[in-house]
Design a protein around this ligand. Structure first.
Ligand code: 3H9
Length: 693
């Protein structure tokens, strides 16, 4: 079948869209729908039409893959206007997720019948866009401007029965009766005058309301263009004609679409979906069954992992070595569960059901029925190897043994178990029940079905699993070391912590590196550096952090770190004593302090990341540059609208990045700034990291 087809049910035209996997509104769908509408208009034996989709969902929006290519008519807004203008009633039958352009098509139709389980939303903002096929003009006409703004600004799908979108859906049908219900609906309205959404008026809204939304959104979405434009367009829906609103929306949409922000967010969208596809994984393998999970180590991380597994539906046992540890972990899991209820993420009944599947034990050998064990003990090789020796002894055959190490050699941990094929790294990020990233570390001997199970497990937890190779710090923390090193060097060279943090935050990082260190606790990195044996260290690197840790100034938890946190506050206050300490260290190390430009701060830190990313690709620790981007945008606060460090480097141009890195190599020595051959090669040939596949 072509992507669209018109069939008759009596005098009703049933227009089917079939463009798997998500019925995106590709060129063939748009032109096919236009032809169907013409047929509807021309055929005197047809009185009305139903538009529905084959497969798992109604249209999930415009075809995002087409955005980078030359546009082809008919454009989506033309299609929506043609639906709206049809003289014969058109009914949309919604199931799955009617999103973005899909919902706009539905709003172009005169009526919407939805399956009970269907969801609707306008997620364009998450791609740095705005609804560009009439969404900013049509939705306010159906549900009011204020409610429409909520839907368009947060981009989240809503259940069709959600009272906040009252007016959007005309009828709700049982899932298995959707098409028949929509045809009945069409039969009832056939021959009656059509109700065009474009003819409706929008209730007036005070201009102050939009001003307030503008200032609130500016704080929340620092630097993003599309949210501001969304507010402009929705306001225009309340003040201008439909035609003028559509014109303004089109202009704003095209501006957002051609922005580097949208390019970055679209890259991030596809990168996240590509990450789970492992090039050299045997596609025939069957995942192992997971029902009982045991988490070893009831600290904050272990409890967060346990909570995450419980809410995903698994049976979970949390182990620690003594009653105190167990009691602490038990209390944390219950507190997190209650937090979920308080924030409306879980119902009380769902939380109770989770806790009914939860138990604790102080017997570290209580793993014999586990399908998956996740070790989350202290980050120390000897301790982890001891745990894995025990797991090798007590686990049933076929159990998967995962280590939540954030830096250590997974092969060395695996070797201790005596069953390395069953061992894998699962690096969770803190807080584990919230952070979406999971680095899945494939050891030298990890079996294919263990890897396939881990990828499926990440998905079941609602996480983005990125498969990486085994090396110190894997992808994320290996690159963090370079980023942090440049931050620390800049401190010694004369940039104040609050200046570095402000510059990088203004550039888009969620937080500055010094504030992050204080939040995480500087002792964590300190211990990891002391454990690290694989590269010779320069006495200047991380000197400031080491001095602070040795003074007991660990960050927020001790009331001071790089910054002061007076009276238990979480707001960093610059500390003159720390600055004096940095100056003294610089003098002791013979580093002359100087004025450092904002551009240098950005380039030193971000190019520090990029150069390590290039080495990671060269070492084949990541399968593709986009996997590195997924790790950094989801685990380390790298701005998604910049796509990730490797996408950003491609955008800047690798020739420019390479030239600057060569300059840094001249100025600061070649220990860390020597450009990797891969980068030199790509820069010379006008290549991009994304060309590497
Ligand atoms: C828009 O509509 C603009 C208009 O307002 C104006 C235009 C003028 N296009 O996520 P999944 C692919 S902007 C192309 O794994 P799930 C996806 O890459 C658009 N491809 O499945 C993947 O491919 P592959 C506004 C798309 O079940 C496959 O489909 N709409 C699109 O977990 C399966 O996806 C959105 O932003 C697309 N629009 O989730 C909705 N969508 O198999 C974006 C998906 O090769 N989509 N693909 O890796 C989603 O949120 C989720 O995909 C959805 C399904 C919830 C639909």
């Amino acid at each position: 079948m072509s992507t669209t087809e018109l069939n008759r049910q009596g005098r009703i035209a049933v227009i089917s869209i079939n463009n798997p996997p998500v019925n995106a509104l590709s060129h063939s769908v748009r032109s096919g729908l236009m032809q169907c509408l013409q047929q509807l208009a021309d055929d005197h034996d047809l009185d009305a039409a139903v538009v529905h989709c084959i497969g798992r969902t109604f249209c999930a929006g415009a075809d995002i893959r087409e955005f980078g290519r030359p546009p082809q008519q008919p454009f989506l807004p033309e299609l929506v206007l043609a639906l709206d203008a049809s003289a014969k009633p058109v009914v949309a039958a919604l199931h799955g997720t009617a999103l973005g352009g899909g919902l706009e098509v539905a709003m172009g139709c005169h009526y919407r019948v939805a399956a009970k389980s269907a969801k609707v939303g306008l997620p364009e903002v998450l791609l740095g866009l705005l609804p560009g096929a009439g969404g900013t003009q049509l939705l306010p006409r159906l549900i009011g401007a204020e409610a429409a703004l909520d839907v368009i600004l947060d981009g989240k799908p809503r259940n069709v029965a959600d009272p906040s979108i009252k007016g959007l859906i005309d009828a709700i049908a049982d899932d298995d009766d959707l098409l028949a219900s929509a045809v009945r609906f069409a039969t009832e309205v056939a021959g009656k005058p059509v109700q065009r959404c474009s003819d409706r008026s929008v209730a007036a809204v005070d201009a102050d309301y939009f001003e307030q939304r503008r200032s609130a959104i500016a704080k929340r979405t620092r630097g993003l263009i599309s949210p501001k434009k969304i507010i402009d367009c929705v306001q225009a829906a309340t003040t201008s004609s439909f035609a003028e609103g559509m014109r303004l929306e089109r202009e704003a949409f095209l501006e957002c679409q051609s922005s580097s922000q949208s390019a970055g967010l679209r890259h991030a969208f596809f990168a996240e979906r590509t990450a789970s596809k492992v090039p050299n994984l045997n596609a025939e393998v069957t995942a192992r069954t997971l029902e009982q999970i045991v988490v070893i180590g009831a600290g904050t991380m272990g409890a967060g992992i346990a909570h995450n597994c419980l809410t995903a539906g698994y049976r979970v046992r949390l182990l620690d070595k003594d009653a105190d540890g167990v009691a602490r972990g038990d209390a944390t899991v219950r507190r997190l569960m209650q937090g979920g209820v308080d924030r409306g993420k879980l119902t009380t009944a769902a939380a109770d059901a989770c806790l009914a599947r939860f138990e604790t034990s102080d017997d570290l050998t209580a793993v014999s029925d586990a399908d998956l064990v996740i070790e989350a003990v202290f980050e120390n090789m000897a301790v982890k190897q001891q745990v894995f020796r025990g797991l090798g002894e007590h686990c049933k055959p076929g159990a998967i043994l995962a280590s939540n190490t954030s830096t250590l050699d997974v092969d060395a941990i695996a070797a201790a178990s005596g069953r390395a094929g069953d061992v894998i790294g699962m690096h969770f990020f803190s807080p584990a029940h919230i952070m979406r990233l999971l680095e899945i570390v494939r050891g030298r001997e990890t079996a294919d079905d263990v890897l396939a199970t881990s990828i499926a497990f990440a998905k079941a937890l609602g996480k983005i699993g990125v498969v990486v190779g085994n090396c110190y710090g894997f992808v994320g923390n290996r690159m963090l070391y370079s980023y942090g090193r440049e931050n620390q060097m800049l401190l010694l060279e004369g940039a104040a912590p609050e200046v570095i943090d402000r510059v990088l935050q203004d550039w888009g990082m969620a937080m500055g590196p010094n504030a992050v260190n204080d939040l995480a606790g500087m002792d964590i990195g300190y211990k990891a550096r002391k454990e690290r044996k694989d590269r010779p260290d320069d006495p200047r690197f991380y000197r400031v952090a080491d001095v602070l840790v040795e003074k007991g100034w660990l960050g927020q938890k001790t009331g001071r770190g790089t910054y002061l946190y007076p009276d238990g506050s979480r707001t960093p206050v610059p500390d003159p004593e720390v600055q004096a300490l940095i100056n003294a260290e610089a003098a002791r190390l013979g580093i002359e302090q100087r004025e450092i430009s904002e551009q240098e701060i950005i380039e030193r830190c971000i190019y520090g990341l990029i150069i390590e990313g290039a080495r990671i690709l060269e070492d084949k620790i990541a399968y593709r540059a986009s996997d590195i981007d997924v790790v950094w945008t989801n685990g380390y606060g790298f701005p998604k609208y910049r796509g990730g460090p490797m996408h950003y480097a491609d955008q800047v141009g690798l020739d420019k990045v390479y030239a600057r890195i060569c300059e840094f190599c001249e100025r600061f020595g070649d220990t860390y700034w020597k450009p990797p051959a891969l980068l030199a090669e790509l820069a010379k040939n006008g290549g991009k990291f994304s060309d590497l596949g």
